[in-house]
Design a protein around this ligand. Structure first.
Ligand code: ADP
Ligand code: MG
Ligand code: MG
Length: 886
């Protein structure tokens, strides 16, 4: 027997059901399912996605037997409806609708009213007793067919309709009377002939098959392809084509059409939500031709139909156990359902619906957890534009980092910082940002750039900071010289107010009211369930007490990474640090470090206190020393100016000495240079001072009754001897401090695993280390041989676009390559030390698929920036639940 390509639905028991989405597409599968639920669905049949794939693979040919199958099903349909396709007296009309396995709203095509021509229209008028409606349907058919099948612009027809309305002095489509519509049909046909040199096909069978071809063809329109790329959907699935008996919402004021959600998709509130139009056909509601009415009005306009609709929506939601998005049509007070699918919802709604449905006993807690996408939570954690505000959008860029920002426009990072220090709220507007702009970004409410994508510097940094960012807003022209940006004929000057919506990418003129990211009751409930379900611990990467407190609030159970570099910066400290670096004399160095000690001890106390009772992993100094020195270019200018002004000889000599030192420290490739534990080995005083600050802070707090759990982490170890050497000092200092302070604090010393050699020799390293923490950023750099700062703006975008890499490996852990090494290190490490504590502290620790990987390979915890903590908690729960399923 040959393969089955066509499935009937809408009468008796359907041949398909909702489980057959891959074959019948979502629309077809659900039309079949609704039939089986005894819900009124206009009968029809679905041509499978396999037929579509065949059609593509064979240059537009149908598979063997498909045409005959369509004929047989058409006969069955005619019989069911008591009408004939192309019958002059009693014509059957159908729609041909696209529908892939995953809904791609509005991306593909649908054609209504097929089967109408100059002859059958007479029969339709006769059968329905309604002349205006028949002509309205005919003009719609020609309009859609010409557009979808014959490639004309819809506007051409809208123009003719507008002309007619002007001529008659009317406003609405519904006011066009029979003779006006009749006249329009003539004009439409003429326009088709002029433009395409072909006639609108009168033969219904030709119409049908041309429409099927066009629907298959719409799978590969540019917009469908783009949509699939954006949503990571496969291009090989194909679309099904549904041929379905027409029902008419345009038969007068006792007919209509609408769209509804079983709950509010924006808030999740359990309230029927929808819109409808009387005397209209499907497309009108979405297209915004007339403003539709709220569904609650239908209860008054057609109480019987409304009651029926309520009964059906409740039945559907109960059956599918999720919010449904429905399409319905009312033909002379008779209700038909034309589509049902899972409703798309905001994060807020997703949480509320999931939690409510557990209470309603529709779904289990486990299902509720799995229904909320971890990444979606990001939307909830930032200040938002008040949805009730009236706004003027002047441009739209990429929604790079969610939230809202309102402030005065500034164009440089320094200016941003100055203004912020004076207590003003600013939005930093740049063509693009670079690492030098960090301070300005931190000071600004939000960041707007005219260039760069979603992995651009501005976007990545803003997300890390939990700060609103609109990136790559190409419509704006940023002019640094004139201190303004221009979009169309709008000029925005320095100090003008703008607002950004990081959830939509909108740039808005003026100040827009914002609202707090109220973490709803449902958020707390669902997170609690997630915590019960997960095995992985979730810690945070935080360097300041403020960040630590935020992270605690969001559920962090410790610090996975405290970077200590910032403790060497700042007005007071930097000169001391420079003094320490520049001297050759060990005495002077120690004196300088002594001055830093109390300051850093205070820093550590602040952090320990904020994370009381939980472990705190502190990484000893990591970056190359030249980062603490002035830039060579600046120094050269300074010296030249001093010389020109005949400045003091002594100062000039001093500066020149400094210049020599900086030049000596300069490296070809600092990321692979003199940094991390290499620094700790050549200048052991630094790590000693840091250790002393850590243990003095810990001991003093411990005496005050705080529970402190320090974990000292040595960065960039590649050889066991590097760890041995540096660790010895840490232990010695710890012992000395505890003895002096007369108190014992439990602590551990471990290492960051961030070099391939460390992974390969993890068994050796585990002999010495109390814990491992994967620094997946440097590990990715060294495994790929990529320098992150150099690639993200240059060839990585090309790699992603050409599909060389599927994801940015710095955002999504490369499981095949980097992951394999991580796994090896875990295996080797635990072979030596069964209970070796292992975590990950790269940015990947807050990325759901990477978190899932960490769960799978048995890590103890992930660590991420404070605002990603809830995402990691939920992702860890997903990972645990999914792995239990298998
Ligand atoms: P989309 O996936 O873009 O929504 P659809 O195939 O659902 O496309 O159809 C577009 C519109 O036409 C919808 O409003 C739908 O309800 C309506 N429609 C489709 N087929 C029929 C039909 N047989 N009778 C009445 N309305 C229809
Ligand atoms: Mg639809
Ligand atoms: Mg590193």
């Amino acid at each position: 027997m040959s393969k089955k390509y066509v499935y009937f639905f809408g009468e008796g028991k359907a041949e398909g059901n909702s489980k057959m989405k891959n074959l019948l597409g979502g629309k077809g599968a659900n039309l079949a399912e609704m039939t089986n639920l005894d819900i009124p669905v206009p009968p029809g049949f679905t041509i499978t996605t396999e037929a579509c794939i065949y059609y593509y693979q064979h240059k537009g040919k149908y598979p063997k037997g498909m045409k005959e199958e369509i004929d047989r099903n058409l006969k069955r349909l005619e019989k069911a409806m008591g009408a004939g396709f192309g019958d002059k007296y009693n014509p059957l009309l159908v729609s041909v609708r696209s529908g892939a396995r995953v809904s791609m709203p509005g991306m593909m095509d649908t054609i209504l009213n097929l089967g109408l021509n100059d002859e059958t229209i007479k029969g339709l008028i006769e059968a329905m007793g309604h002349e205006r409606f028949a002509w309205d349907s005919y003009r719609r058919l020609i309009q859609m067919f010409a557009h979808v099948v014959m490639g004309m612009e819809s506007d051409e027809f809208e123009e003719l309709i507008e002309g007619k309305k002007k001529e008659l002095g009317i406003k609405l489509d519904t006011e066009l009377n029979t003779s006006a519509l009749k006249d329009l049909v003539g004009k439409f046909k003429k326009r088709v002939r002029e433009r395409t040199k072909k006639d609108f096909p009168q033969d219904p069978r030709r119409q049908l098959f041309m429409a099927i071809d066009a629907v298959f063809g719409s799978w590969n329109t540019q917009r469908a392809i783009t949509y699939r790329k954006l949503h990571n959907l496969s291009h090989t699935w194909g679309t099904a084509a549904n041929v379905q008996t027409m029902v008419f919402g345009n038969m007068g004021r006792d007919s209509g059409t609408g769209v509804a959600f079983t709950r509010d998709p924006a808030t999740g509130e359990k309230k029927f939500f929808g819109e409808y139009l009387l005397n209209a056909q499907g497309e009108d509601v979405v297209a915004g031709i007339r403003t539709p009415k709220k569904i609650s009005k239908l209860a008054r306009e057609m109480p019987g139909v409304y009651r029926e609709l309520v009964r059906i929506y409740k039945k559907l939601e109960k059956h599918y156990r999720d919010i449904q998005d429905l399409e319905f049509t009312i033909q002379k007070k008779r209700l038909f359902l034309l589509q049902t699918r899972t409703g798309k919802r905001t994060a807020q709604a997703a949480l509320k619906i999931a939690v409510d449905m557990v209470k309603e006993k529709l779904i289990s807690k486990k299902e509720a957890i799995l229904r909320v996408e971890p990444n979606q939570l990001d939307q909830l954690l930032h200040r938002r534009i008040d949805p009730k505000a009236r706004i003027k959008v002047i441009a739209k860029g990429l929604a790079a980092s969610p939230g809202a920002a309102v402030g005065e426009v500034v164009f440089t990072a320094d200016h941003a910082q100055e203004e912020a220090e004076r207590g003003r709220k600013v939005v930093l507007v740049r063509q693009e940002t670079s690492p030098e702009d960090i301070h300005g970004m931190a000071a600004a409410q939000g960041i707007l750039t005219s260039r760069g994508g979603l992995t651009s510097h501005a976007a990545v940094v803003a997300r890390g900071m939990g700060k609103c960012c609109v990136a790559g807003c190409e419509a704006i022209d940023v002019d640094y010289n004139r201190k303004r940006f221009v979009v169309g004929d709008i000029v925005v000057k320095e100090r003008d107010y703008i607002s950004l919506n990081g959830n939509t990418g909108e740039v808005i003129s003026g100040r827009v009211p914002t609202i707090e990211p109220a973490l709803s009751k449902e958020f707390q409930i669902l997170m609690k369930w997630a915590d019960e379900a997960r095995r992985l611990g979730v810690r945070t990467n935080a360097d300041t007490p403020k960040d630590v407190r935020k992270a605690r609030e969001l559920g962090a159970e410790g610090i996975g990474l405290t970077r200590t570099e910032h403790m060497f910066f700042g007005e007071k400290r930097l000169p001391i640090v420079q003094e320490m670096i520049l001297t050759r004399d060990a005495k002077t160095r120690e004196r300088a470090l002594k001055k830093l000690l109390p300051m850093q001890r205070k820093d550590f106390k602040g952090i320990f206190k904020a994370m009381e009772g939980f472990p705190v992993t502190i990484r000893l100094l990591d970056p190359p020393l030249h980062e603490f020195l002035p830039r060579i270019e600046e120094l050269l200018v300074e010296i030249a100016t001093l010389k020109a002004k005949k400045g003091s000889k002594k100062r000039i000599a001093q500066k020149e000495k400094l210049l020599n030192k900086i030049e000596a420290l300069k490296e070809m490739n600092p990321m692979l240079g003199h940094r991390g534990c290499r620094l700790g080995i050549t200048t052991p005083e630094i790590y000693r001072m840091q250790s002393q600050a850590i243990f003095e802070a810990a001991c003093e707090l411990s005496k005050e009754g705080y529970k402190v759990i320090p974990e000292v982490m040595i960065p960039l170890v590649g050889h066991i001897n590097e760890l041995k050497f540096t660790q010895e000092d840490v232990h010695r200092v710890a012992k000395e401090v505890m003895k002096r302070k007369k108190v014992k604090v439990d602590y551990t010393v471990g290492t960051m695993i961030e070099l391939p050699r460390a992974c390969i020799t993890a068994d050796e390293i585990a002999e010495e280390a109390d814990f491992f923490s994967f620094g997946t950023n440097d590990l990715t750099q060294t495994v790929f041989g990529f320098s992150r700062d150099d690639i993200e703006g240059k060839f990585l975008p090309v790699y992603l676009e050409k599909g060389i890499l599927k994801n940015n490996p710095f955002a999504v852990l490369d499981q095949r390559g980097v992951g394999e090494l991580v796994e090896m290190a875990v295996r080797k490490g635990r072979r030596v030390k069964k209970n070796l504590k292992i975590g990950i502290c790269g940015e990947h620790g807050g990325e759901p698929s990477s978190v899932e990987f960490c769960h799978r390979i048995g890590l103890d915890y992930v660590s991420c920036s404070p605002y990603r903590v809830p995402i990691a908690r939920l992702a860890a729960a997903h990972a645990a639940l999914k792995s239990r399923k298998v």
